[in-house]
Write a protein that binds this ligand. Structure first.
Ligand code: MN
Length: 237
């Protein structure tokens, strides 16, 4: 079975509760579509637990990108060279990270050993930008953190930019591929519902072949999970 969730945002309690609920068998896979860290306090714990679980397939989110950009020079000792490297563009990324809820992750990183920080950095650097999945029923899926920006039906996936997968804010009315579902997080479904004039709820939002699964775990909503084989929705509050 294939499962997909996203935007855990430091809620280790909900992540472990979800794993208990879906009870992964060795052949199952849980795709985690990025933003496992920040806002909540336990993002590093979530990443370390994901690393220990061979069934978890991590996909990069914009919050993991902040970590990958900032952590290498944050780990350096304060030397003349490291201070010189702290130029305005690096400071701007760090400020953007903190403005987007990075503080709790930075504090948690400080409490980790150098080996653990290094392991987290390697794990994040190896995350893919998207995953293509096909289930037995013949349904096909494209999974990414935020959707696909600058979409064109015939454009090969490898021709998109990093930002297209990490910062996209899809219009739920837009049509992507006719033969596969696009599943993404990043934009809470309550926000998408508000934009569409739908009644508010923190549940998975299905619009044709678009499925938004960020159920607001980082903002006191829920952690949502979709089983791709059965299309069943699972929630942890
Ligand atoms: Mn995001």
């Amino acid at each position: 079975m294939f499962f997909v969730c996203s935007d855990i945002h430091g809620r280790y309690d909900r992540y472990t509760a979800l794993l208990e609920k879906i009870d992964l068998r060795p052949s199952d896979r849980l795709y985690v579509l990025g933003d496992s860290i920040d806002r909540g306090s336990d993002g590093c714990k979530v990443l370390l637990a994901m690393m220990r679980c061979p069934q978890v397939v991590p996909i990069l989110g914009n919050h993991e990108l902040y970590l990958a950009l900032c952590l290498p020079w944050l780990m350096q000792e304060v030397t003349e060279q490291s201070i010189e490297e702290l130029d305005d563009s690096r400071l701007a990324v760090l400020q953007e990270w903190i403005a987007n809820g990075g503080g709790p992750t930075l504090r948690a990183l400080r409490a980790l050993s150098i080996e653990e920080r290094q392991a987290i950095l390697e794990y994040v650097r190896e995350m893919e930008l998207y995953a293509e999945v096909e289930v037995e029923a013949g349904r096909k899926f494209l999974l990414s953190h935020a959707g696909v920006d600058h979409f064109s039906p015939d454009k090969p996936l490898e021709d998109y930019e990093l930002a297209d997968f990490l910062f996209c804010r899809p219009d739920p009315a837009q049509t992507f591929w006719p033969d596969r579902y696009l599943i993404y997080g990043h934009t809470p479904t309550s926000l998408l519902r508000a934009r569409m004039g739908l009644p508010l709820s923190d549940e998975i939002l299905r619009c044709g072949r678009q499925i938004a699964i960020d159920c607001g775990c980082g903002f006191d909503g829920k952690l949502g999970c979709l089983c791709l084989d059965t299309m069943e929705e699972i929630y942890v509050e």
